[in-house]
Every structure is written in C-alpha cells, then in structure tokens.
Design a protein around this ligand. Sequence first.
Ligand code: THU
Length: 135
Amino acid sequence: MSSLPTETDYINGAKQAMAKAYAPYSNYPVGALVVTQNGETFAGCNIENASYPEGNCAETAAIAAMVIAGHQRIQKIYIMSQDDQGATPCGGCRQRIREFSDNNTPVILCSPAGVQQRLALGELLPHAFGPEFLL
Ligand code: THU
C-alpha cells in the first residue's frame, strides 16, 4: 500500500540531493527538491567547477530536471543546506523559480534539523518581472 508523501519525505529528498552536491570550492553543499503541481518531485544539487562563477545552483538543477521531464508548474520547493537559518535562493534562482510559479508559491528553507523558514516567492522576489509580461 502506498501513501501520500509527507513533509518529512520531501525534506529527506532534499537532504539526499544535498549529499550529492559537488561543491569542493565553496564547501557549501545545497540540495533542492521541486514538487510539481501534480505531486511529482525533482531533485537537484549545486555543481561547481574550477572556473568559480560557472557553477550551477541546486535550484537550477532541480528546475532543469523538472522541465526535461515535461513539467512546468512548481507547487512548492524545498531548499536544503547545512546553514542553521536555511539558505535563501540567489537572485538568479529566484527568477528561475518565478518562471514556473507565482507569488504565493512556498519556498521552504531547511537545514538537516528540519524546516527553518517558510517564505512565499513574492516575499523573496517582489514586483517580479514574470512571463505574464511577455507571453
Ligand atoms: N547555492 C545554491 O546552490 N543554492 C542556494 O540557494 C544558495 C547558493 C550554491 C552556489 C554555490 O555552489 C554555493 O552554494 C555557495 O554559494
């Protein structure tokens, strides 16, 4: 018998993603777990390289996995770091999340101890320039 995933399942998914991070330069591993509108999940981790500015964030990787699987709506996103406060997404990732969500979409910042902060995307990226301006 299968049951619906709990928040703990999502947090564990983000934790497993963080464990895969390739962050030898910053030593700041991050995992992200996107939950789509229909409940599917896609994970990503940060992937750095020797040319420091060319690394990718965990959120970017999770969104790429979601899109290549054919999904374009984020129901919520978990971001896991070792930071006690929970890491907030960088400016570029706020915009990438915005593309597939709206002002009310929960962005859930976690540490290994659990959820540290729940924010709405509109709090992180107010007055966003979104696809509605162009599409
Ligand atoms: N990073 C993420 O992957 N997501 C965030 O939300 C914050 C920062 C990464 C980028 C870089 O690999 C490392 O964390 C330190 O900035």
